[in-house]
Design a protein around this ligand. Structure first.
Ligand code: NAG
Ligand code: NAG
Ligand code: NAG
Length: 283
């Protein structure tokens, strides 16, 4: 028996599918939207924030996430459908984007935030290029690491705004124009803490065999231990949690954080998995 849900539940969708030209995942935002609309009769509003590095360049889709969060905030704040609150689902880059929206746009009432395959602590690696087993990938990663924090890339390549160099944490903290800010790395913005705290649940889904998000643990807000790029640490072991810079520790103590895992690669979930694990957060 499928669980019954009230009509007119509202859902906000946001995502990108970060694929390279050589690989195509069957995942599509449109497909998931249809699936949810038919199964739980929700009103789904979706925002797309670019498709991939190559697509971003081709389409001129180079809007800085700070600017885009502001635009989406203004736009959604006037949407009457969303007035009584809604749940939000972020896919891939949409994950940290929607978290930024929660933190910076308190006029919206977001009940549950669900992120799938997010990069909450950023990435240090290239899609489908395993740094640990391929020397070419590792060299390329080192190279990109020099360029990611230049003004040019911070302004024009969305992915650079959540590039997180674990070898030089202080450089990341001072130069990342998006992620380091929403993660309260440099200073603590109290309104970010308060706004995130208003969520009922913050659900993070990690794909255990993800070849796009490196390290995989970033999906659960973990990352490499500072100063190196081999060993990882969980959220609970990291300073953002220990110092409670973003209120995540407090949220955890209130059982607001939910960590779910899914076998397989980036965004490779089945409808059945989605039903069993996420439907209960969409009511
Ligand atoms: C906190 O973030 C909000 C939204 O980005 C910003 O308007 C505000 O100035 C920030 N406050 C501090 C103290 O930096
Ligand atoms: C980290 O980056 C900063 C700023 O770019 C630089 O001054 C410092 O020397 C770097 N530290 C290391 C260990 O590379
Ligand atoms: C994980 O990925 C590797 C390499 O792509 C593949 O060989 C393996 O079968 C995958 N495992 C699962 C459980 O999907």
């Amino acid at each position: 028996m499928q669980k019954q849900f009230p009509m007119k539940e509202y859902l906000l969708f946001c995502g990108t599918v970060w694929v390279s030209d050589t690989c195509c995942f069957p995942f599509s935002l449109g497909g998931v939207k249809k699936f949810l609309e038919s199964e739980i009769s929700v009103y789904v509003k979706s925002i797309e924030i670019g498709n991939s590095i190559t697509e971003d360049f081709k389409s001129g889709y180079l809007i800085h996430p700070n600017h885009q969060v502001k635009m989406v905030c203004e736009d959604l704040s006037t949407d009457a459908h969303l007035k009584n609150g809604f749940n939000a689902i972020g896919f891939s880059q949409g994950s940290q984007f929607l978290r930024a929206l929660v933190q910076r746009c308190p006029t919206l009432r977001i009940h549950n935030l669900i992120t799938l395959g997010g990069q909450h602590q950023g990435v240090f690696g290239l899609p489908n290029c395993p740094s640990l087993s391929s020397r070419t990938c590792e060299r390329f990663r080192q190279l990109l690491n020099y360029a990611a924090y230049t003004d040019l890339l911070q302004n024009f390549l969305v992915q650079a705004t959540y590039w997180h160099d674990p070898l030089n944490e202080s450089k990341y903290k001072t130069s990342s124009t998006f992620l380091a800010d929403i993660n309260n790395e440099q200073t603590i913005n109290k309104s970010y803490v308060e706004n995130l705290q208003r969520l009922n649940k913050f659900v993070m889904v990690q794909f255990n065999n993800d070849s796009i998000v490196q390290p995989v643990q970033s999906q659960w807000f973990g990352y490499y231990k500072p100063g190196q790029d081999k060993e990882t640490q969980r959220l609970k072991e990291s300073s953002i949690y220990i110092e409670d810079r973003l209120g995540l520790k407090k949220m955890d103590e209130q059982n607001k954080l939910v960590f779910l895992e899914c076998e397989g690669n980036h965004l490779q979930f089945t409808k059945d998995w989605f039903r069993k694990n996420l439907f209960s957060y969409l009511t």
